[in-house]
Design a protein around this ligand. Sequence first.
Ligand SMILES: NC(=O)C1=CN([C@@H]2O[C@H](COP(=O)(O)OP(=O)(O)OC[C@H]3O[C@@H](n4cnc5c(N)ncnc54)[C@H](OP(=O)(O)O)[C@@H]3O)[C@@H](O)[C@H]2O)C=CC1
Ligand SMILES: O=C([O-])CC(=O)C(=O)O
Length: 429
Amino acid sequence: MDLSSLASPQALRGGSTGALGAHAARRRSVQLLRPRRPTFRCSVEAAKQQVQGTLAAEAARKECFGVFCTTYDLEADEKTKSWKKLVNVSVSGAAGMISNHLLFKLASGEVFGQDQPIALKLLGSERSLQALEGVAMELEDSLYPLLREVSIGIDPYVIFEDADWALLIGAKPRGPGVERAALLDINGQIFAEQGKALNAVASRNVKVIVVGNPCNTNALICLKNAPNLPAKNFHALTRLDENRAKCQLALKAGVFYDKISNMTIWGNHSTTQVPDFLNAKINGRPVKEVIKDTKWLEEDFTITVQKRGGVLIQKWGRSSAASTAVSIVDAMRSLVTPTPEGDWFSTGVYTTGNPYGIAEDIVFSMPCRSKGGGDYELVKDVAMDDFLWGRIKKSEAELIAEKKCVAHLTGEGNAFCDLPGDTMLPGEM
Ligand SMILES: NC(=O)C1=CN([C@@H]2O[C@H](COP(=O)(O)OP(=O)(O)OC[C@H]3O[C@@H](n4cnc5c(N)ncnc54)[C@H](OP(=O)(O)O)[C@@H]3O)[C@@H](O)[C@H]2O)C=CC1
Ligand SMILES: O=C([O-])CC(=O)C(=O)O
């Protein structure tokens, strides 16, 4: 069959289609991926449901979703001959609120640029399977030229296969009456399982961004369950906190927020996080030279950033979704593009060998710089004073306590959970 005779919808409407390097022809597809490994249930009813589910899945597997079923001759298009090799992005919690914003940003090229085709592999559960199909349909209806493949499924061992990026968003939200220790355990189990799956099937250089809360400790659990992957590649998302801090400084100083740089969030994505006004700059000048109100910086600013997520939940009735998606895009872009000279960004990373004296073997948000390509290094030339160090130690203590609660999930023996009573997740009020 002469594939070059097949025109894509994009080509027909004057847009571009993609060539995928060595892949002469690729099928754009929405595939429904079922678990590879058998699942066992006890009752006859459950067995019946499983059969019905499998039949539904089979039906869905056969059903093509419009443009994703079209086969293209990808090298026939002059415009896309120079496109890069396909990048695989796996996303958990893909039918959730954050993903509902994020997936469309990823597909539009906001992170990787307009010459980078991507495949989206979406992880859900039995409960979200229908919704996931809806997500795939909306992606299809968006006609993104860069989006070459979409697959949906409920088995991380399938969805994480060859992942270059894993964005781990799915987690049980903390509802009324759920103890933090219980949440650490419930969500920790999700991230232990997903760490194992990444370890088994993802690209050996996969970059993992953990968003689901409590994200620092979930990231620690995930990396401990993925011993064959570089621990350095695991991140806990604190970029939303960085963005929130920049916004508050800009408001106070009466400048637009692009004038704020060198903004570090230290520590846990919780109310112990430390927005660092000692090292941050406004128009290239130290914050304390521009904002002379130390009481505001130490109290109002710090507390506003720490509790921003909770205040938003009170207003909206749900947690930040759009701005979280934006911050995930920012976090990824900061890793794949060189950091502007003299600036840095915050991300929660594994503390091994950190130059600040923060406890080893936890995931802690720190200032980083990247040369692009997904790697990063810690910034060494930062100032420290008693106020900043005292706050950092409080967040460190909280993370060490969280780590003890999940020892059973990190392979470090029996869990013992005694969390500080005065600290919270950002969304708790
Ligand atoms: N780090 C950060 O800056 C921020 C982190 N967050 C966190 O991100 C996570 C996702 O937020 P958001 O997308 O708004 O949440 P949603 O509730 O919209 O989606 C979360 C998804 O998690 C999945 N999930 C996995 N396990 C469970 C479970 N046991 N019970 C219920 N749902 C489960 C569900 O998908 P499925 O059924 O497919 O598994 C659900 O779609 C939360 O943990 C939230 O606290 C939010 C804002 C900022
Ligand atoms: O606690 C939540 O789910 C919300 C959250 O992380 C935030 O807004 O920073």
